[in-house]
Design a protein around this ligand. Structure first.
Ligand SMILES: [Zn+2]
Length: 658
């Protein structure tokens, strides 16, 4: 047995088998009674000792000890909060604001709190960072009823809850990340009336203990954060959210406040409907980010990828654009981009969900601490990252939706100082997005097959248990079946869903819902395509997308459409071949004339190029496509063209006279 000296507590025997048990007992003692001074003193001593010898341990031992060290340190935090203080008296928005230590309302906050205090349902659409959480915190602390706050973003709500507790506010949290003792303490506080606010993840409503604690209270407000999750179809589809209206009913149908940062007007309607909001007070915040300038740099043709690299390196060599985040489409790209920047002498690290937790944490910390100037990341990066001085956000590939773009680009310039968002818009990326959408298309037969399979299984087990983290296609199929009323989904714990299957599937309705899903996917694509081709003010496009009618009000430069800049890396190369309206490509011959006549007819009085350019027609003549897929392969033909004109054009091409 090796002996390693520690600080103050005498030698620490190695390896740690016995002391580990001893430590666990010590942790239990501290957690059982946070005021036990002897236990605390011993725990603090042991922790100091462990920290003292840490560097002398080999990595295996460190790994083995880490969870215990973390528990030890966490157990010491319990009970160290200041005594609780409870708001009393007539709750007004002003008094609550002061109670929370703030001096002025931000836009919309007063109206939202007043609606909640008056017992109204509310729908709040407010960009991230505009002060959403303060609205429900104010309302939640106002009275001695219980406010339940549901959010899937555990790390974010944990931060909020801890901040509130540090200030003595009676806010608690129940989540799978807590120790048993913490959960028990929170449930106790909910049940005995101490808690005014309880934060919970949506799956918590599957827990009997939680329901039992909540049932002891009058629920005064039910808050659904990230409410857009309820209308998602694909990757962000949260089956747990579908049952929230049941949870709302079970808590006595209190007023509901639904909040989101990303809802388009369509999603907004769906939130109201699915949560059963009744005549909600609606607040839609301003989506403009005046201090961010938006650039889209279109890149196409030969050498485009190389130009993209030079643009990024050139941009990030300028220290005014750092710290920076570069959002990439794939994990591999994050590694390649980080490598490229590092080779150019810029301190950059990759970040994606495929890295182990330790590397991810290290990358994040290095970025937060300013040791790494640039982080090249997938969309896994950013949730809960609060770095105010990010000077630029780059998109190395075109994101899948304008919502995603806005969320990510919006991480620039949180400090209000000038910042920029740059989208390196490689034309080929649009093709990738089309392929992505096409691959996700589901035909009604697959829905019927999924229903039959579930029905078969439900003969032997009812409800059927499925993995809620299944692949995108499975999640989408479940979402559609749920919308048809052919199944009911209930969170079943352990990352699984309990599926109750109805015997019949209305195939007509399934087909209609599928069409809606499809249409929404293409709507999202078209919005991104319009943005990425930068044909009008980018800021205006974003505001319109979120239904924000206010005039764009940049505090500096607006965007690459309103205030074009010369990108030095682009100047050296010949101008990209653009399919400019109409003129560049000469079309001749009888067939070309017929195509032009066809185009004129399809344009319905608008300029011919609104249907397609001469370059597209030339390509059609050359390749003679026979299917919509072949047509779609032509540069310049997008889904909008395919939907409107494909059948008609293909018929023309199939005409023997052609
Ligand atoms: Zn503009």
């Amino acid at each position: 047995m090796r002996i390693v000296g520690g600080r103050g507590y005498g030698p620490w025997p190695m390896p740690y088998a016995e002391p580990l048990t001893e430590l666990t007992e010590l942790i239990d003692r501290v957690e059982a009674d946070p005021r036990d001074a002897d236990a605390r003193a011993e725990a603090e001593g042991r922790l100091a000792q462990l920290r003292g010898v840490w560097r002398e341990l080999d990595s295996d031992e460190q790994r083995r000890l880490l969870p215990t060290a973390q528990r030890l340190s966490k157990s010491l935090e319990i009970g160290t909060h200041p005594p609780l203080r409870f708001f009393s008296g007539e709750p007004t928005a002003e008094r609550l604001l002061a109670w929370l230590g703030y001096h002025g309302f931000r836009e919309g906050q007063r109206e939202i709190v007043e609606a909640a205090l008056a017992g109204r349902d509310a729908l709040v659409v407010m960009p991230t960072g505009a002060g959403k959480s303060l609205c429900y915190q104010m309302a939640g602390l106002a009275r001695d009823t219980l406010t339940i706050i549901v959010s899937p973003l555990i790390a974010l709500i944990a931060d909020q809850q801890q901040r509130l507790r540090r200030d003595g506010h009676p806010a608690f949290m129940v989540s799978g990340r807590q120790t048993e003792a913490e959960v028990a303490a929170a449930l106790q506080a909910v049940a005995d009336g101490t808690a005014r606010i309880v934060f919970a993840a949506p799956e918590r409503f599957a827990s009997r203990a939680f329901a039992a604690a909540v049932a002891r209270r009058q629920v005064g407000l039910f808050v659904v954060d990230e409410a857009h999750c309820i209308s998602e179809w694909g990757h962000d589809f949260r089956p747990d959210y579908l049952r929230l209206n049941r949870a709302i009913a079970q808590t006595g149908r209190p007023p509901v406040m639904a909040l989101t940062a990303t809802a388009t007007p369509q999603v907004e309607r769906e939130i109201v409907q699915r949560l059963g909001l009744s005549d909600p007070a609606a607040y839609r915040g301003g989506f403009d980010r005046p201090n961010i300038s938006f650039d889209v740099v279109p890149l196409a043709g030969k050498g485009a990828v190389e130009r993209k690299r030079r643009l990024l390196v050139g941009g990030l060599t300028d220290s005014a654009n750092r710290p920076a985040i570069v959002y990439c489409g794939t994990r591999r790209e994050t590694e390649a981009v980080a490598e490229l920047l590092t080779s150019e002498g810029i301190a950059a690290l990759p970040y994606h969900a495929g890295l182990d937790a330790e590397r991810r944490t290290r990358a994040q910390q290095a970025f937060m601490a300013g040791e790494a100037d640039v982080i090249a990341a997938t969309n896994a990066f950013g949730m809960g990252i609060d770095k105010a001085d990010v000077r630029s956000v780059w998109h190395w590939s075109i994101p899948t939706s304008v919502e995603a773009y806005y969320q990510e680009a919006g991480r620039a310039g949180r400090d209000g100082l000038p910042a920029r968002a740059v989208l390196l818009s490689l034309r080929a990326d649009l093709g990738r997005l089309i392929t992505f959408n096409t691959a996700r298309a589901i035909d009604p037969a697959a829905i019927a097959a999924r229903h039959r399979a579930l029905l078969r299984r439900s003969g032997s087990e009812q409800p059927v248990l499925v993995d809620s983290g299944g692949d995108d296609r499975e999640r989408l199929e479940l979402a559609i079946l749920e919308r048809c009323g052919a199944i009911e989904l209930e969170p079943a714990g352990g990352g699984r869903l309990a599926v109750t299957v109805a015997p019949e599937l209305d195939t007509g309705q399934a087909a209609r819902i599928l069409r809606t899903a499809q249409r929404r996917a293409w709507d999202a694509y078209r919005a991104v395509e319009r943005f990425a081709t930068a044909d009008r003010c980018l800021r205006r496009q974003i505001l319109d997308h979120f239904g924000d009618p206010r005039p764009a009000a940049p505090s500096g430069r607006c965007c690459s459409v309103c205030d074009p800049v010369e990108w030095p890396e682009l100047r050296a190369t010949p101008p990209a071949r653009q399919n400019a309206p109409g003129t560049q490509v000469e079309l001749s011959g009888e067939f070309a004339e017929r195509l032009k006549a066809w185009r004129m007819e399809r344009a319905e009085g608008k300029p011919a190029y609104t249907v397609c350019t001469n370059a597209v027609l030339a390509c059609v003549i050359e390749t003679r496509p026979q299917s919509a897929v072949e047509l779609g392969a032509i540069s310049g033909i997008g889904p909008a063209f395919l939907e409107r004109h494909a059948d008609s054009l293909l018929a023309l091409l199939a005409d023997p006279a052609a």
